[in-house]
Design a binder for this molecule. Sequence first.
Ligand SMILES: NC(=O)C1=CN([C@@H]2O[C@H](COP(=O)(O)OP(=O)(O)OC[C@H]3O[C@@H](n4cnc5c(N)ncnc54)[C@H](O)[C@@H]3O)[C@@H](O)[C@H]2O)C=CC1
Ligand SMILES: O=C(O)[C@@H]1CCC=N1
Length: 286
Amino acid sequence: MNPNISLASASICFYGAGSMAEAIVRGLIHKGVAGADQIAMLNRSSQERLAYLSQTYRVSAANEEAAKWQHLREASIIVLAMKPKDAGEALSELGPMLREGQMIVSLIAGLSIETIQALLGGKIPVARTMPNTSCSIGRGATGISFSAEMSEEQKAQVLSMFQAVGMVSVIPEERMEILTGVSGSGPAYIYYMMEAMIEAGVEGGLTPEQARELTVQTVLGAALMMEETGENPAKLRADITSPNGSTQAALEVLEAGGFRPNVKAAVHRAAERSLEMGEAVRKSLL
Ligand SMILES: NC(=O)C1=CN([C@@H]2O[C@H](COP(=O)(O)OP(=O)(O)OC[C@H]3O[C@@H](n4cnc5c(N)ncnc54)[C@H](O)[C@@H]3O)[C@@H](O)[C@H]2O)C=CC1
Ligand SMILES: O=C(O)[C@@H]1CCC=N1
């Protein structure tokens, strides 16, 4: 499989144009991996959102029925980017309209390849993915599982698409939920921690700007330290923690509050919630 196969010949239609679709489109366009003329975005929400997308990224953005079906028929790659609750109806409508050679790339949390194919009414090639919003700056982390029907060329196109916007991990589908808990939802946990650090800094007298800048650089520096040194995070943490010093005192507070088990429980709960969301869509089939 050649991950460098370009998307030059692809036409990509984002079915649902919310924050995740926009993050990927922004990344694809900024990296020059796909041109605006290759991308269509469909959204059933306001004209304002469509106008914003077409003005900002120069892509085709539509919500009228005729334009929608034209874009969906013409696309070689259809990216499912609606919420799980909206997927059942959209996929049941889409199935009969699909033609030979098209593939589905799903971003939808929890929705299995089997359920997607059952809703579409056929063994269509499907790549189930779980990206995160950092794709918008080319720093995403995306998990991908392929259905048996995907050709090597189609797999390479999907890899190109997501490698253009960050790192990619190809995983067995049964690991997709836990990956969602780690990296799909993960940025939100880090932002939550950053919010708390900034608040504490301001409470202690830093200006909001200083607290923000120091927190951002701290998180960035810590992530890059792990990446560049290849060290275990426990070792890097130990390097900061002087015996009986301020870091040890802080970590004791986190430990007393159940920080580690809480973070682990949060990751597992996100995974479980993904399964629940997928199951709710699957049940709507019965
Ligand atoms: N936001 C995130 O960090 C991530 C989201 N995802 C997945 O991506 C999907 C989208 O999430 P967001 O972008 O956050 O949601 P969002 O709510 O921002 O966007 C979804 C958009 O789809 C539109 N939509 C729904 N049904 C439609 C239809 N039939 N036709 C046209 N447009 C339709 C809605 O109007 C909405 O604007 C979800 O399934 C989620 O599980 C995956 C990874 C990360
Ligand atoms: O919260 C959600 O359901 C989606 C999936 C991962 C990130 N956002």
